[in-house]
Design a protein around this ligand. Structure first.
Ligand code: RP5
Length: 164
């Protein structure tokens, strides 16, 4: 059963944005390996990682990159594992460049793309994928959703006591 998650960063400059992703995966008890591998600066490493990821026990790959963000697509080209892309916000174009580079994949090589800087959602989506074959993880996700709903309900209740 492939239950590890990989978090691949295109650069160390993506790390701070992606820390919540790594933390969330760990909170769910998912074994995580984080790497810095660039589609452009270390393409051979990208191929090597993705080609062997399934055999190494990974069940999902999360790839964060910015600007001409080809990392998720390149990894997806070398594996049949699901790849989730996280487009990084950029100074010049606000992350629209990253988003379009990531999401506009050609037919045959899909990448599941979350929002710009959507680190937390990438972790939750990865957990949901791994949970397909992991009932313990499914229970954790159900508890996570119930906590979120309770939090919103608490805020709604508080709102009803406000004087406007
Ligand atoms: C991408 O270019 C990286 O994923 C990063 O988001 C962006 C800038 O990288 P650095 O120049 O900061 O290394 O490859």
């Amino acid at each position: 059963m492939n239950q590890k998650a990989a978090v691949i960063l295109g650069s160390d400059s993506d790390l701070d944005t992606m820390r919540p992703c790594i933390r969330r995966l760990k909170e769910f008890g998912i074994p995580v390996e984080a790497r810095i591998i660039s589609a452009h600066r270390t393409p051979a490493a990208a191929e090597a990682f993705a080609s062997s990821a399934r055999a190494e026990g990974f069940g999902v790959i999360i790839a964060a990159a910015g600007k001409a963000a080809h990392l998720a697509g390149v990894l997806a080209a070398y594996t049949t594992l699901p790849v989730i892309g996280v487009p990084m916000k950029t100074s010049m174009m606000g992350g629209l460049d990253s988003l379009l580079s990531m999401v506009q994949m050609p037919k045959g090589i899909p990448v599941a793309c979350v929002a710009v800087d959507g680190a937390d959602n990438a972790a939750i989506l990865a957990a949901q994928m791994l949970a397909l074959s992991n009932p313990v993880l499914t229970d954790k996700l159900e508890a996570f959703k119930a906590d979120m709903a309770a939090e919103v309900a608490g805020k709604d209740k508080k709102l009803q006591t406000e004087e406007f």
